[in-house]
Design a protein around this ligand. Structure first.
Ligand code: MGP
Length: 240
């Protein structure tokens, strides 16, 4: 090592206290301004579906995540084999992903006869036996097959009520089902309870209004216990 280098290396390095304070203040200021810059940048770069339907980068969260199921059980199914046909299609938790799903699945009017869509809160299986459903029941309405396109709108309004959580007893709703049968379509809205007339009727009335049904069209409520026994809908517990 040269003597100059040795001299430099051996010089004691002292940093005075006021310099340290200035340095740390400068670092703090710098980090503050960087944070502000990056927040401003993030804000600038927020692109919603409303401004750019293709390249949006923020999504609007739903209150709950929802799972779409599909099944086409066929005539030979019974109580014990029925659930084997259930297929989980997709779970979504934002408005944008809901529309992405809705716009890309077969419409109810095009479903094969005998098949069903089930849209349920994530974690609830669309069956009577699920803990969230076992005490519950469903509001049911049937539409003649000739309603065609209209059934797609009615299903859309039903599921918008669900995911938008517009029911006054929202927590009591577990899911909705659209069924395509040989001569009719059926919409059902499933509730946690079947014992509380107040809760069930409030939910049924809201659905009836949301579907734009006239006062002489009736929605019937049937408990899952009755459905499991094969009881007819005419013996429904409540009617709105
Ligand atoms: P369904 O499709 O609700 O009635 O139930 P539908 O449309 O009147 O009858 P379909 O024959 O025209 O389809 C039909 C059958 O599926 C029931 O009788 C049960 O055997 C079975 N099933 C339906 N659900 C909703 C359940 C369920 O939640 N659990 C079990 N174990 N079986 C069910």
């Amino acid at each position: 090592m040269s003597s100059v280098a040795l001299e430099i290396a051996e010089k004691p390095v002292t940093v005075s206290q006021p310099d340290m304070e200035n340095a740390s203040k400068e670092v703090e200021d710098l980090s503050d301004s960087l944070q502000k810059q990056s927040a401003a940048q993030e804000e600038q770069e927020m692109v919603t579906v409303f401004t750019d339907p293709v390249n949006f980068n923020v999504k609007h969260p739903l209150n709950n995540a929802w799972t779409l199921w599909y099944d086409n059980p066929g005539k030979k199914t019974n109580h014990s084999s029925w659930s084997q046909n259930l297929k989980e299609v997709v779970t979504f938790s934002t408005v944008e992903d809901f529309w992405g799903t809705y716009n890309n699945v077969v419409r109810v009017s095009d479903l094969t006869s005998g098949s069903n869509y089930h849209l349920f809160k994530e974690g609830i299986r669309p069956m009577w036996e699920d803990a969230a459903n076992e005490q519950g029941g469903k509001w049911v309405i049937q539409f003649p097959k000739k309603t065609g396109e209209e059934i797609n709108n009615l299903w859309l309004y039903t599921i918008l009520c669900c995911i938008g959580e517009t029911f006054s007893y929202e927590n009591e709703v577990t899911g909705a089902v659209a069924s395509a049968r040989k001569s009719f379509y059926r919409l059902s809205l499933w509730t946690r309870t079947s014992d509380s007339r107040e809760i069930c009727e409030a939910i049924g009335l809201h659905l009836k209004e949301s579907l734009g049904m006239s006062p002489n069209q009736h929605l019937e409520f049937q408990s899952h216990a009755d459905a499991a026994k094969g009881a007819s809908l005419n013996k429904g517990r409540y009617v709105v």
